[in-house]
Design a protein around this ligand. Structure first.
Ligand SMILES: Cc1cc2nc3c(=O)[nH]c(=O)nc-3n(C[C@H](O)[C@H](O)[C@H](O)COP(=O)(O)OP(=O)(O)OC[C@H]3O[C@@H](n4cnc5c(N)ncnc54)[C@H](O)[C@@H]3O)c2cc1C
Ligand SMILES: NC(=O)C1=CN([C@@H]2O[C@H](COP(=O)(O)OP(=O)(O)OC[C@H]3O[C@@H](n4cnc5c(N)ncnc54)[C@H](O)[C@@H]3O)[C@@H](O)[C@H]2O)C=CC1
Length: 444
């Protein structure tokens, strides 16, 4: 029997706690989380703000009572202030202000990430909003009730920014979407895909302000406008969504990190200090497209890494497969999914790559019901021909197709092996000369 302390009980922490308690091995599990809620699905935030769902209740899948019924001791509103890695003790402040010491045999750090805050004048004005926690969503929803909030400037056209731009437009607000890059979603898609999203956003009246760097948020007490290196926009609310950084202050220089501060972990999620594990957004992941440890903040990675650490702290050896950073987005009718590297990002990393693309109807052409076009692009290493990325876009829900490419990258499958892959055909579903086969066959 071991005593396992878990710091942070959102997606990664909860996955680890569920795994450990699921073994029913009478391990003592003590958990600290500085927040008042557990397992908030940020992915539902835009749906809630944009009123595509009527209430937030379904955005949580666990809570203190549930985890305690499984045998863990849960301290909510309780922060861990420091860790003595030599003595194997965490120092925490409980909800009632009491300072305590908790010893551990195994420690799991699941402290997640923090939104990056650009260091610009005016960032502390009223109505400048972060969008990470449940409480942030509550604040935004409350503020949107004020009819004086007419225009929202969203800074960052990544996943959060694009999803929220849609949500604000659905709420009848004027939206300006600002990004330093020349398209939306530039971390995930090549230009022929991201421009599809840009046209989609523009066709719904969202103003795109790309290639612009925010210099200042203006106002006396509240937001009145935003100034970039190229323009000035009048607005009543500013959303900052320019990415996450790992929340790793507890490492205190003892734990090795990537350049961005994420705890460096091995294939079992263990850090460089024995018996100390790190999972989720505070940790590195092995990125199969490059073979290197990287930072990819996703709930999917958080859950998987929690499962892995949960096994290993209980003495059940489990190793990561590495990840592909598979992701998806659905804005109005447009769905886009990607995995691994885009061609542009691969080239920026100095990789020699080729790509192959195809566009066709999803189903047999004679089908008389809904039959949208699907666009696909597969990126592969020029020398080894191993697949390292794929992107798909359509108004049709083709999202399941990307999982096969995720597996192809994980298992280092070459583009040539996809040419004759046995893909089912049924006119209701797809075409015999389907776009996956055709893209692979047209590879150089
Ligand atoms: C708006 C939004 C939409 C998203 N959509 C998606 C999506 O569609 N798909 C997807 O895969 N991912 C999505 N993500 C990303 C996903 O939410 C994160 O990757 C995920 O939350 C990471 O989980 P985590 O448990 O590692 O970290 P976090 O969610 O950051 O949780 C960390 C926890 O640690 C606690 N904590 C931190 N420090 C301490 C301390 N010192 N003491 C005690 N407790 C501490 C915090 O209170 C928190 O509960 C989205 C994120 C946002 C904000
Ligand atoms: N559907 C999904 O899978 C979702 C995933 N997430 C994940 O959550 C994490 C955080 O999401 P985001 O904050 O959207 O990060 P992101 O990395 O997706 O996008 C950040 C955007 O901000 C831009 N940017 C950076 N600095 C800027 C600056 N100073 N001014 C203007 N623009 C700037 C970048 O060019 C980029 O387009 C990501 O890891 C993301 O993948 C979030 C929402 C949905």
């Amino acid at each position: 029997m071991s005593k396992i302390v878990v710091v942070g009980a959102n997606h990664a922490g909860t996955a680890a706690i569920n795994t450990i308690t699921g073994f029913n091995e009478n391990n003592e599990v003590v958990v600290f989380d500085q927040n008042s809620n557990i397992s908030f699905l940020g992915c539902g935030m835009a749906l809630w703000i944009g009123e595509q769902i009527s209430k937030p209740d379904g955005l949580f899948y666990s809570n203190k009572e549930k985890l305690e019924s499984q045998g863990a001791k849960i301290n909510m509103n309780s922060s861990v202030d420091s860790v003595d890695f030599d003595k194997k003790i965490v120092h925490a402040t409980l909800e009632n202000g009491q300072k305590i010491e908790e010893s551990y045999d195994k420690l799991i750090l699941a402290t997640g990430s923090l939104p990056i805050v650009p260091n610009v004048k005016g960032k502390d004005l009223e109505n400048v909003q972060m969008v990470k926690l449940f409480q942030n969503a509550e604040d935004v929803i409350e503020k949107l009730k004020n009819p004086e909030i007419k225009t929202v400037a969203v800074v960052g056209a990544g996943y959060i920014g694009v999803e929220l731009a849609e949500a604000f437009e659905r709420k009848g607000k004027k939206v300006v979407l600002i990004d330093t890059m020349s398209t939306a979603l530039s971390n995930y898609y090549d230009i022929e895909f991201s421009t599809m999203m840009d046209k989609n956003l523009e066709s719904h009246g969202i103003q795109l302000a790309y290639g612009e760097m925010v210099k200042e948020i203006i106002g006396t007490t509240k937001v009145e406008g935003i100034i970039t290196d190229k323009n000035q926009y009048k607005c009543d609310m500013v959303i900052l969504a320019v990415g996450f950084r790992p929340n790793t202050a507890l490492g205190g220089g003892k734990l090795k990190t990537l350049a961005n501060g994420a705890y460096l972990v091995d294939e079992t999620q263990q850090t460089n200090v024995k018996d100390v594990y790190a999972i989720g957004d505070c940790a590195s992941v092995l990125f199969n497209s490059t073979g290197e440890n990287s930072y990819i903040a996703l709930a999917t990675n958080a859950v998987r890494s929690g499962l892995i650490a949960g096994h290993n702290v209980c003495g059940k050896h489990m190793e990561t497969n590495g990840v592909q950073g598979s992701n998806g987005i659905a804005i109005y009718d447009l769905k886009m999914v990607s995995t691994g590297l885009s061609e542009e990002r691969a080239k920026k990393l100095g990789l020699e790559v080729e790509s192959t693309s195809f566009e066709d109807l999803q189903k047999a052409a004679f089908i008389e019901t809904e039959n949208p076009k699907v666009k696909i692009k597969i990126v592969y290493d020029k020398n080894t021909r191993v697949v390292i990325g794929a992107q798909m876009a359509s108004t049709y829900d083709m999202s399941m197709g990307i999982h096969m490419f995720s597996l192809a990258i994980q298992e280092k499958v070459t583009i040539d092996r996809l040419k004759l892959l046995d893909i089912l055909f049924l006119p209701h579903f797809n075409q015999p000369y389907n776009y996956i086969t055709m893209a692979a066959l047209s590879a150089k």
